[in-house]
Design a binder for this molecule. Structure first.
Ligand code: SAH
Length: 342
């Protein structure tokens, strides 16, 4: 059966209309689910018995199972078990502006980026909407906090699960739902061009982040297999069209990998590539993974030099604060290291 947390408000309205009920019941149900956070249909006490029975006949009301939680200063990492036994991770970060949650969008990932732990497990399946929504609800319940920002940067490629991700955004952005502002939601992609084009026409002001990680095809081909399908020039062209249409800003993520993409020449090339775009670059210190034989974190002085070159060339740039290397907060690490308790 279908979990109730899969339903956008529009879909729930259609469900009620199709079953000869009034549309406003969807709003009532939403308030019970997301404002009052009940744990069963029976608690929805302003809804008639008949309607409750209709809901029970059509929907499940199931949460995720918490397997383990690891904490470090300002970061908590959660491992959840899904209904079918698969495991997913979510990472809660405490910033000065509030709590942000990094959620997973798939079980495993097919993108195969060499520096990323997630891809060691090939994609098993998409997460459905409820499994994404419940990561938020569960963490809020466990940690007893209100999460203000959501980033889709956990395990999985959000644009490889596009329709569910869009429904998920609609659920959590709904004023009668969790009500997280669109500008507080960031979708990160390794660059699936057809979906970036589709996203250009999405009517919400959700932030877009691009995992770029290299200034040219030669380097990008070596570390991100997706670049063989979608070349960097095409990617930049698509993002320029996105910026033109949406009048928004885009973030480029750039992992600093020692001796691979962190030279002065790379910085100059990157500045040239991004010239004139309404963009900013987020330099990310590499988080250690099981592929450490191939990759090392850039030296601090190289990161700072890279940063300076971009700045001098009028590129907006920040260096990402490091969270949770002690709790294996890089995508996929917790699942990879979790051993079943006996
Ligand atoms: N598939 C999406 C979202 C998941 S990855 C994407 O590619 O954007 C989220 C971010 O974490 C990406 O920028 C990714 O490149 C980065 N990342 C992956 N492995 C990392 C590591 N070992 N250290 C630091 N950042 C990493």
């Amino acid at each position: 059966m279908f979990n109730i947390y899969n339903m956008t408000k529009n879909k729930l309205e259609d469900f009620f209309l199709k079953n000869g009920e009034k549309k406003f019941k969807a709003t009532q149900v939403y308030e019970w689910l997301y404002k009052k956070r009940v744990n069963s249909f029976d608690e929805m006490n302003n809804i008639s018995k008949n309607t409750i029975n209709l809901l029970k006949e059509n929907f499940e009301f199931e949460k995720l199972k918490l397997l383990t939680c690891l904490s470090d200063i300002d970061v908590d990492k959660y491992l959840f078990e899904l209904f079918d036994g698969n495991k997913i991770e979510a990472v809660l970060m405490h910033h000065d502006y509030g709590y942000s949650l990094c959620i997973s969008t798939e079980v495993g990932c097919n993108m195969g980026c060499l520096f990323c732990e997630s891809g060691r497990l090939k994609k098993v399946r998409n997460l459905n909407v409820s499994e994404m929504v419940l990561q938020i609800l569960m963490v809020e319940e466990i940690k007893k906090v209100r999460i203000s920002h959501i980033v889709l940067m956990g395990v999985g490629e959000p644009f490889d699960n596009y329709d569910n991700v869009i429904d998920f955004v609609n659920v959590i952005n709904d004023p009668k739902g969790i009500d997280i502002g669109a500008r507080h939601i960031t979708i990160s992609t390794c660059g699936l061009i057809p979906k970036i084009k589709e996203f250009t026409n999405f009517d919400k002001q959700v932030n877009l982040a691009i995992s770029l990680h290299a200034p040219n095809n030669e380097i990008r081909n070596k570390i991100m297999p997706i670049n063989k399908a979608y070349k960097i020039e095409e990617l930049i062209k698509t993002i320029k069209a996105y910026l033109e249409k949406t009048k928004r800003r885009v973030t480029f993520e750039y992992i600093m990998l020692d001796g691979i993409n962190d030279s002065d020449i790379c910085a100059i090339e990157l500045a040239e590539l991004l010239k004139g775009m309404n963009a900013y670059v987020n330099l990310i210190p590499y988080n250690s993974t099981s592929n450490d034989s191939l990759f090392k974190k850039s030296k601090k002085e190289n990161i700072l030099k890279f940063y300076d070159i971009l700045k001098k060339n009028n590129i907006n740039v920040t260096i990402r604060r490091e969270f949770g290397s002690k709790v294996m907060a890089a995508c996929g690490q917790l699942r990879a290291n979790y051993k079943e308790e006996e």
